[in-house]
Every structure is written in structure tokens, then in C-alpha cells.
Design a protein around this ligand. Structure first.
Ligand code: C2O
Ligand code: CU
Length: 534
């Protein structure tokens, strides 16, 4: 087990991710940020300096549970004070479990601004490989595949993945998208899904993956196709109507034996005049994969239901407790609050206080959050198939308090938005935990669903899960990780517009918070007094 140290500067810089020069947030002069590669059990130290001139910054390690280090979760106003311009903050945490993760800004809309990168944790030396199939290479972040345009520029050229024929590769995919859901496929190559959100799943062969913001996956591919040609790796927008003409994110899978694209220096792009999707200049490449139907939710659901926990001789994903202690139903609505479009959960639109909730809760600062408890259900006469009768909602901090060691069920209930006959997809992400996905269903969750539509046998463990239009998703987890954890829609503008809640879990068990984490707002003073008196 190693300690891996990084020194990062976050700054704005000009970049052309889609061939149009714009200001993006980069790390050490690069976009996306550097890839962290570690082994399970390693300690990660990231010394982060904020070189932005006028705004604070934090980085969240998406999918890392932060066991015993809830203050290193990197959420502004929840787990820590935002790092001020010119200041440095040390993230110090352990990556306890192998898997595919990523990191991103968690303050305002900094993920959309480009603040993200990959975080890959490999199995510790000597531990189990998936059915003995080792030697996986080829790391690929979902963020790389959203590049396509007609101009030619190094910063926006499609990535070329050079691979050897007759081998097995592991492709890691992380969806850092702001809004879009994607259908991902590798032309002519069947993918075997093996991991979702850092947990092994029952192996299943698929031609495409539906990936929602915040999802991570690993697939295995066999490079067993005609090596004299090259293949497209594509990502098309789904779940919300894509603009026409379709412009999928594209990447090239290049067999190394194929000389056409072999030399990394030889551009796979044509010179002028460009056709926007002719990256090959007429060279050998198979046709573009056929676009998916963007609103094929039936297909989306059948894909979601294929993801089940791995239960093999070598490795079995733990099963959930057979019953729950407490159930919370979260109604997702779109609201119109005096002309502002907001998203709300049980009629509260999330607004974070200035003092980090971890501090207010730990030190019992009553003024740091709402005194009123958020609702655990919604009125039985609410019709989820219609626009809200009363489009208003309240603002608040929506903190649900949990005792240690209990089993929580959360039913995320989708509803119709302000526009009639419309409901959107929402990928929900929980910090500090993996949860079991017990099931998905249509309409309003009912007692029939309770008895017949929940899977307690082999539900997958995940940290991110989609809620389909006009449907519900049920999850279960055990409160065994003291901390203050956001649970929110991973679509960044939705979170920004209030779509989230906070789970305060066994806060009395949180150990001593390191200095530098909570020195702002009401906690600045408390901590000062604390250190004088102790
Ligand atoms: Cu990747 Cu709270 O998010
Ligand atoms: Cu959403």
C-alpha cells in the first residue's frame, strides 16, 4: 500500500475541446485533469491550490466512500469550506476498493466548466481477477469521446486508441457529462459488462451501453475483428431530444497492425475541405454505428435491468438486509417559484447554507440549517402524471438525520414536469456509500411493487442510478459510514436548481475534523474557541 502525492493547481485556461476556443477549468495546464491510477488500499494526497482569481473551488472524488474521512469528500457547503483563491487544501483519503471512478468540481457549475478527470483504482497486488482474466489495459474516459467537429485542431481531434489484435481489453468509461445521457458503442465489437460504479456485476454481453451522468462502467472487448480496418467508438445523446444533425462523440479504435493510423503523429484527420465526420480522409474505416432511438426508454429499462450483482465462486457481492428500518420517499418535481424554474424534493428546493453542514451538525449550531425536518413522503393525492397543481416550492437545506447502523430504503419517485406529458430522466448519486438498486418501476410506487418488483436476491451495488420518466427507483443502504452525504441528481444544472437532499449519518461518531476544513462561516469561530479552550 502506497501513498500517492499530487500537487495540483486549478486555473482557467483557453482550450478547444470542441474546436471552438473557450475558457475551461484545467489542472496543471491540462484538460481534462490528470488521471489518478492507484491500487486498492493506497492513500491519495492531493495538495490543491486554487489559482482562480475570484471563485472558490473544491474537488469531489466521485464513488470513493471516504470511510472515516467524511471531511475529504470535497463538497462545498456540505463537507468543507470552499478553498479560497490563492489558498491550498490537502485532500487526504484512502481508495479502499478497486473500480472505475472519477473526480470533479463540486461547487456551482465547475464540472461543466471542465473541472474533472479519471480516478482508476486497480485491485491490490495478489487479489482476485475477474474469472482469472487479467491483463487489462486501455483506459478510456467518457469525457474524451464527446469531441467532434469540422475544424482541425490538435485539442479537438478524436482520440485514437491503438490496440493489438487477438487480445482482451478492459475499457473504463466514466460519464462526466453535465446534462446528456449517452448511448455508447464500439463498432463491430460486442462488449462484456463487468463493472458498474466500482462493483463487479454479472457478466453480460451488450452492443451498447446507456450511460447517464455520474455512471461508471468497465467492459471487456476482444479485439477479434478484421485487423485491416478501423472501427468507430461512438457516443450518441439519448433520453432527451438531440439537436439535428446528429453529432455523436467519436473515437477511433485502431488495430495496431493496420498501418493507416499507426503512427501517433500521423493525424487521422483529413486536410481541407472537411466533412464534419470524415475523420479518415477516405481511409479504411467502417461506417458509423447506427444511431439509437433517443427516446427508447423500453430499451433503457431493459439495459438497466440487465445489471445484476456478480455472484461467482471467486467473488460475491454482498446481499442487502432483507428488510428496512426506515423508508423515505422522495418526490422529484419541477417548480416555478416566482418565475424561477427550480427542482424540488418533497416540495423543498435545495439551497446550501454558507456554513458547511458537517460543521453545523457536528458542533450543534442551530442557525446553520433549517429547524424544520424535511418530509419523508408526499401527499397521497399528488398526481405524478400531471404538471404540479401548485407549481411553487419552498427553499431549504433538506437534511435527513440517520442513526448509526440502520437500513434505509429510499424510493425516488419521478413526476411530470411543468409541461404536460413530459417527465425527464434523473440519475441520482449518493456520496459516502454504495447502495443496492432494488428495482425500477412505472408510475407511482405502490404496495404491489413492494411485494413483486423489488429484487433482494442479486441487486447490484452502485453509487449512481437512473430514475426513468414517470417512474420510480428503489435503493437500500446501511448507515455504517458516519458523515454528511449529499444525495442528488447528477445532472449539474438540476442540482444547481435545487435537486438534492443531504443525509446526515451518525454525526456524533465523526472523529476529529482536521484543521483547514471548516474555517468559514459559523464554524470559523467555533473551531477557534475550541482550540483556545482545549
Ligand atoms: Cu459526481 Cu455530488 O457528484
Ligand atoms: Cu435531474
Amino acid at each position: 500500500q502506497k501513498v500517492k502525492c499530487y500537487d495540483w493547481n486549478v486555473e482557467y485556461m483557453y482550450w478547444k475541446p470542441d474546436c471552438v476556443e473557450s475558457l475551461v477549468m484545467g489542472i496543471n495546464g491540462n484538460f481534462p485533469g490528470p488521471t489518478i491510477t492507484a491500487k486498492a488500499g493506497d492513500t491519495i494526497l492531493v495538495n490543491l491550490t486554487n489559482k482562480l482569481h475570484t471563485e472558490g473551488v473544491v474537488i469531489h472524488w466521485h464513488g470513493i466512500r471516504q470511510l472515516e474521512t467524511p471531511w475529504a469528500d470535497g463538497t462545498a457547503a456540505i463537507s468543507q469550506c470552499a478553498i479560497n483563491p490563492g489558498d491550498t487544501f490537502l485532500y487526504n483519503f484512502t481508495v479502499d476498493k478497486a473500480g472505475t471512478y472519477f473526480y470533479h468540481g463540486h461547487y456551482g457549475m465547475q464540472r461543466s466548466a471542465g473541472l474533472y478527470g479519471s480516478l482508476n483504482v486497480d485491485v491490490a497486488d495478489g487479489s482476485i481477477l475477474i474469472n482469472g482474466k487479467g491483463q487489462f489495459g486501455c483506459s478510456l474516459g467518457g469525457e474524451f469521446i464527446t469531441k467532434c467537429s469540422q475544424d482541425i485542431d490538435e485539442q479537438c481531434q478524436p482520440e485514437v486508441f491503438n490496440i493489438q489484435p487477438k487480445k482482451k481489453y478492459r475499457v473504463r468509461i466514466a460519464s462526466t457529462t453535465s446534462l446528456a445521457s449517452l448511448s455508447f458503442s464500439i463498432g463491430h465489437h460486442t462488449m462484456t459488462l463487468v463493472e458498474a460504479d466500482g462493483n463487479y456485476v454479472q457478466q453480460v454481453e451488450v452492443d451498447s451501453l446507456n450511460i447517464y451522468s455520474g455512471d461508471t462502467y468497465s467492459v471487456l472487448i476482444e479485439t477479434n475483428q478484421d485487423p485491416s480496418t478501423n472501427y468507430w467508438i461512438s457516443a450518441y445523446q439519448i433520453a432527451r431530444k438531440p439537436p439535428l444533425p446528429l453529432r455523436p462523440g467519436l473515437t477511433i479504435l485502431n488495430y495496431k497492425t493496420n498501418p493507416v493510423l499507426d503512427a501517433p503523429s500521423s493525424s487521422p484527420l483529413p486536410s481541407t475541405p472537411p466533412v464534419w465526420n470524415d475523420f479518415t480522409g477516405g481511409k479504411s474505416l467502417t461506417p458509423l454505428p447506427t444511431p439509437p432511438v433517443w427516446n427508447d426508454f423500453t430499451g433503457g429499462k431493459s439495459f438497466a435491468n440487465k445489471i445484476l450483482a456478480l455472484q461467482s465462486d471467486q467473488l460475491t457481492i454482498p446481499k442487502p438486509p432483507t428488510s428496512f428500518d426506515r423508508r423515505i420517499v422522495l418526490l422529484n418535481t419541477q417548480n416555478n417559484n416566482n418565475g424561477y424554474i427550480r427542482w424540488s424534493i418533497n416540495n423543498v428546493s435545495l439551497v446550501l447554507p454558507t456554513t458547511p453542514l458537517l460543521g453545523s451538525l457536528k458542533y450543534g449550531l442551530q442557525n446553520g440549517l433549517d429547524s424544520e425536518k424535511p418530509d419523508e413522503d408526499f401527499p397521497s393525492n399528488y398526481d405524478i402524471t400531471k404538471p404540479p397543481v401548485n407549481p411553487n416550492s419552498k427553499y431549504g437545506s433538506s437534511v435527513y438525520k440517520f442513526d448509526y447502523g440502520i437500513t434505509i430504503d429510499v424510493i425516488i419517485q419521478n413526476a411530470n414536469v411543468l409541461k404536460p406529458d413530459t417527465s425527464e430522466v434523473h440519475p441520482w448519486h449518493l456520496h459516502g456509500h454504495d447502495f443496492w438498486v432494488l428495482g425500477y418501476g412505472e408510475g407511482r410506487f405502490s404496495s404491489d411493487d413492494e411485494s413483486s418488483n423489488l429484487n433482494l436476491k442479486n441487486p447490484p451495488l452502485r453509487n449512481n442510478v437512473v430514475v426513468f420518466p414517470h417512474g420510480w427507483t428503489a435503493i437500500r443502504f446501511v448507515t455504517d459510514n458516519p458523515g454528511v452525504w449529499p444525495f442528488h441528481c447528477h445532472i449539474e444544472p438540476h442540482l444547481h436548481m435545487g435537486m438534492g437532499v443531504v443525509f446526515a449519518e451518525a454525526v456524533n461518531r465523526i472523529k476529529r475534523v482536521p484543521s483547514g476544513v471548516l474555517e468559514c462561516g459559523l464554524t470559523a469561530k467555533t473551531i477557534l474557541e475550541d482550540s483556545i479552550t482545549s
